[in-house]
Design a binder for this molecule. Sequence first.
Ligand code: GTP
Ligand code: MG
Length: 199
Amino acid sequence: LFAGPVEFLKSAPELRFLPDPDVPEVAFAGRSNVGKSSLLNGLTNRNGLARTSNTPGRTQELNYFDVGAPPVMRLVDMPGYGFAKAPKDMVRKWRYLVNDYLRGRQVLKRALVLIDSRHGIKDVDRDIMKMLDDAAVSYRLVLTKADKIKATELTAVLEQTGTEARTRPAAHPEIIVTSSETGLGMAELRAAVFESITG
Ligand code: GTP
Ligand code: MG
């Protein structure tokens, strides 16, 4: 699936800039700095495809990537949420954009909600999980930056995350543990992405 071309298509700061809904989409959501862009690069094996940075809130649009030419799937890097210094009107704009996108997008097959292994699920994550549940978009939780914590801590956060996922109507019960640094979980993630567009 990722052996062929993977290319940046466009940035959509508003819904009217979305591409035509004729290709299945898989979206990456998560707090600012959780590692969405890095994971997208790791998943597709393209360094520098999606811009990564240390400045939270860098990605403020829906960034589209075509997989295959012609595309068989589109990956969507969503704007991060939940960083402390976000101005109120930016947060409001984010809510509208994300909510409208999630509710109206027939071709959106699945979302991946990224959770930092070191922090576990936060209220801002519950917010987006609620939006996904309400929009009936199935999603999968992905723990990121697993290289940053000890195995025992990872086991604990995995347990907590799994328990919470099982209480969520649209969440998949199995959590994927990843590290973009070491490549941990990439094969499993690829399989999950593939499965989400094939049924
Ligand atoms: P926004 O676009 O601001 O929402 O951030 P993002 O979620 O796209 O995060 P990004 O991929 O830009 O990564 C943020 C920082 O975390 C960067 O400095 C990355 O190098 C680092 N990072 C991402 N994934 C990992 C990982 O698996 N392990 C480690 N150690 N660092 C990571
Ligand atoms: Mg990003």
